[in-house]
Design a protein around this ligand. Structure first.
Ligand code: DC
Length: 240
């Protein structure tokens, strides 16, 4: 099964691009940030101290987090809608509170361990596009295609501002620049599964690329990589 792993800092465009690539390829889609955000919101709502690793991991383990696809008839799984128990928390996942608590929860190895199988469950035929921080290094280390996507700090903050506005959330550019830098620093320097480029990843800088051009670049890379491979006995093109 083919996995396209897209990692990188927030605002590099990987979420939007990964989703579009998944749709074009007809693959399942995992926004692993949504998994961390959901777990973090669950902890915050339960009043758990995110610095308490034992309590956080136990709370996350007991949580009923469910992911519903955009189009239930497509037969594809994705992370478009997120339920915590009976509550639809999809919209709240986009808040800065969710982003910040997710980054803080994500430093805890025992929480990452609980969330690992949840993420791996998304891998089903014919393939998966997964975006996050450790898709190519930890969650799907044998992924056929690994991409590390970046963009300048300034453009990432501007994109984040637009994204928040689209969700009806008010924010200031200066404070976003600072918050993003703080989160990047925490994500890249944590001890366990830090955000880093896999050795076998290709690097894409989207600073001066729009979504269309970025999607085209990724699709082209995927097709070229896959066409260099033999066909598996079942006719699926992978690295078998
Ligand atoms: O991609 P995002 O901004 O929605 O992710 C929110 C936080 O979740 C991010 O700051 C770090 C954490 N995260 C992680 O540690 N590993 C992942 N694979 C995805 C997200």
């Amino acid at each position: 099964m083919t996995v396209v792993a897209i990692d990188g800092p927030s605002g590099a465009g990987k979420g939007t691009i990964a989703r579009r690539v998944a749709t074009e390829l007809g693959y399942h889609f995992l926004d692993s940030g949504a998994v961390y955000r959901a777990a973090a919101l669950g902890c915050v709502e339960a009043g758990i101290d995110l610095a308490d690793e034992k309590a956080s991991a136990a709370a996350v383990k007991a949580m009923d987090i469910r992911f519903l696809p955009q189009d239930a008839d497509s037969g594809l799984v994705d992370t478009s809608r997120v339920l915590l128990g009976t509550h639809d928390i999809t919209a709240r996942l986009r808040s800065e509170v969710a982003a910040d608590s997710a980054s803080r929860l994500a430093v805890l190895p025992s929480v990452r361990e609980v969330l690992l199988p949840i993420q791996r469950e998304f891998l089903k035929p014919p393939g998966l596009v997964a975006d996050g921080r450790d898709m190519g290094t930890v969650v799907f280390p044998t992924a056929r295609i690994k991409i590390f996507m970046t963009a300048s700090a300034g453009i990432r903050a501007k994109r984040r501002l637009e994204q928040l506005k689209d969700h009806g959330i008010d924010a200031k550019l200066e404070s976003l620049v600072q918050e993003i830098a703080e989160r990047d620093n925490r994500d890249a320097n944590r001890k366990h599964a830090p955000m880093k480029e896999a050795e076998d990843a290709i690097h894409i800088d989207t600073t001066s690329l729009d979504i269309e051009a970025s999607v085209a670049l990724v699709i082209d890379h995927v097709r070229q990589t896959l066409s260099g491979n033999k066909k598996c006995p079942d006719g699926e093109i992978t690295s078998c």
